[in-house]
Design a protein around this ligand. Structure first.
Ligand code: COA
Length: 153
């Protein structure tokens, strides 16, 4: 689905945005990041962006770039807005930022049970390159992570 024709844009996340970021984060994830993780990411100079729709923060993306390698650490759209194409726009934007920052590849981890995200990443050219055993907390025990990678050619 292509993004609905509404007024959206991507804005750099600041320390002051973290409380609204946490609202989307808690709604979207079963095991959300903490406020402290977002604050550390902003402080560390990571690529931290907000997805703003008609003046309202509805999602965020966090990317680290070191030398030619980058890592997509978080992608989130508030569930009220799922399925409208915004997640795809957000991930593509983060990939563009990775390239602009000099990366020639992007890595990420995803839960194998997260079929929506897996499908999105595969359609954007990511390939599975490994598995991290027991990487994520789950409601019962732990869940593996698939490691996906995309090279910019
Ligand atoms: C993953 C996430 C960002 C996708 O956001 P979204 O705005 O709903 O996604 P989009 O509407 O842009 O859809 C993007 C693609 O996801 C897949 N997708 C979306 N909804 C789907 C569904 N119900 N079933 C299967 N695939 C689906 C499709 O491939 C879709 O592309 P297409 O419509 O061109 O076929 C969103 O679901 C989310 O925030 N999830 C919670 C946090 C999360 O899991 N983040 C990823 C961690 S690795």
């Amino acid at each position: 689905m292509s993004a609905v024709e509404l007024d959206f844009h991507l804005v750099r996340m600041t320390h002051g945005d973290v409380p609204t970021v946490m609202k989307n984060e808690r709604r979207a994830y079963t095991h959300p990041w903490t406020e402290g993780i977002f604050i550390d990411c902003v402080k560390s100079g990571y690529e931290c962006w907000l997805f703003v729709l008609e003046g309202r923060n509805i999602g965020h993306g966090v990317l680290s770039v070191a030398a030619a390698e980058s890592h997509l650490l978080n992608v989130c759209i508030n569930p009220d807005y799922h399925g409208s194409g915004y997640g795809r726009v957000l991930v593509q934007f983060m990939l563009d930022r990775a390239q602009q920052c000099g990366a020639d590849c992007v890595f990420l981890e995803v839960r194998p049970s997260n079929h929506v995200a897996c499908k999105l990443y595969h359609t954007l050219g990511f390939n599975e390159v490994g598995v991290r055993r027991n990487y994520y907390p789950a409601f019962t025990g732990r869940e593996d992570a698939l490691v996906l990678a995309k090279e910019f050619i």
